[in-house]
Ligand binder design. Sequence first.
Ligand code: ADP
Ligand code: ZN
Ligand code: MG
Length: 649
Amino acid sequence: MPNSNVTKKSPSGDKKNPQGSPVQQNKSSNIARRFFFTLFLILLCVGLAFSLSPRNKLEEVPLSDVIARANEENGNIRKITVSGNELKITLKGKDQPTEVSRKDPSGTLYDQGLKNACADLTGDGLKECQGKYPVIEYETTSDIWGTIFDAAIIIVPTLILIGFFFYMMRQAQSMNKESMGFGKAKAKLYGPDKKKVTFKDVAGNEAAKQDLTEIVDFLKNPKRYEKLGAKIPRGVLLAGAPGTGKTLMARAVAGEANVPFFSISGSEFAEMFVGVGASRVRDLFKKAKSNAPSIIFIDEIDAVAHKRDARGGAGREDEQTLNQILVEMDGFDNDSGVIVMAATNRVDMLDKALLRPGRFDRHVNVTLPERKDRLEILKVHFKNKPVVSDLDLESLAAKTAGSSGADLANIANEAAIGAARENREKITNADLTEAFERVAIGPERKSKVMNDYERKVTAYHEAGHAIVGHVLPDSDPVHKVTIIPRGQTGGVTWFLPPEDRSYKSIYELKDILARAMGGRIAEKIIFGDDNVTTGASSDLKNVAELAKEMIVEEGMGSETRNLVFPSEETGYYTISTGKPYSEKTAELIDKEIKALSDEAAKRAELVLKANTDALDRLAAALLEKETLEEKDCEALLKGTTLPKAAALH
Ligand code: ADP
Ligand code: ZN
Ligand code: MG
């Protein structure tokens, strides 16, 4: 039952570029098509041959029947022609066989019960036997169709196997060629004719767009800059949280400048064989230069260019790739007309060599959207969707602080899916709310059964969060409380900031810790210390994480105030502890974290014990209505008091 400013946990929208490439796919599917076409032809020929064979006109009869009739005196069989295991039966008064049968290959016809027939080994036995019993004629060379049939049984599967083998060989070869770095395919080219993305498709982020407009201008009028002796930027690094639109922005630059765009993702390098990454880089730069002016875009560059000295250094392969990128960038002439863009969400992890002058020396920060930008992004994503006329995007923008562009695109898509699921023509405000909550926490699970006791525990738990958050002065107001299960949770209490803020004070963070504890403490007060449930596990995890962040990163401990500690990713390592600090410091940090969480529990308890009426009131209302909106909560929480000991200032 998370109690949090839900918009904080924005699901990562960092989608990787689809791997593989149109060209490569075409190639292999061509081979496949040719192979299957050939196979089809072979099968067609074999089938045709069988349908033309005279065998088809013969009637299949069981061996026992043939033997019975052959043993009969004056039976109707004149001749049995044996070729291999096949028997062709010619009836009396006929010239051609009309029936066919097969004998058991293990023995002769006589072994299998034929008694009185006479064999025509010399060619004249026929006369002697004529009349009474059939003549057995042995064909030394079986007929052509029988041979084909027998052979086909062996040959066709062999051919298929050989064909398949060759197909696999070709496939492997072509894959090898592709990954050897000479394939034209891997780097995706969005030429001027491909579907264009422009700055219009990128909402908000005016500052970043401003910076990039300059790049576009250079790509369009390189001469103007050269004449004035201006140094042209070579590398532009887009930095920002996942889903903020870095990839989109890079494509927009290409679209605006109308130049070819060669893009590759850092994670693709990671999949390559040894030595391939570097040659791929060489190839990429060569292609870009021959298509200049052009853009090379290396998405998620942190995958290849992380610090070489951090934690035992990057892998040798990554290092080669990174070195090749550096070599290529250094080798650029000023008038090469190629701009290298890269994107990362971890600037701090990048190798410093990449950031030196002449390399990625231009930094463009792509930030999480502010409220008005969120509105613009939502407008972009609802532009081509049918919506009701009073769709309230403003309030959605207001309550999505901390969401990235990708999150908002996701909400817009979920809203459309929701409307389609219910077969409606237009997207409504209810769809927006549902989509927002679904993206933030998970789908509603009405089907999840809770018994009465569980519902009661959940109601008190959520009421506990709500009251603590409402009473403490530095917490955001309660936006909504519900005991309808959603995603992994049994119930949710939402706090939403009335406006976007960039900084949080220590008071606010401590109130967040206390209200997160509110759920567990309410359970304890009502049901007893021994009856607390697992419903608070994610609350407690959030408390632990936030408290650690406050101590390690924000210098908010009481003994360690203004002191921060190196993180395990970026810090040096003390050999004796395997941590970036000493054992003693580790103990101190643990102590500080515990102090924060104890304090939070204490404050929650003080607040809830002083407001037990409100706790009962709110829990009862939740049990009755399941969901309480902001104004319902406000009305129910009137008269709650803040005990002096729980106040921080
Ligand atoms: P990043 O590369 O920073 O992780 P992307 O560029 O892949 O993010 O963005 C993912 C998706 O989110 C985009 O395809 C787009 O639909 C949406 N998006 C992100 N930022 C914006 C924005 N500023 N305006 C419009 N759509 C955006
Ligand atoms: Zn909870
Ligand atoms: Mg991206």
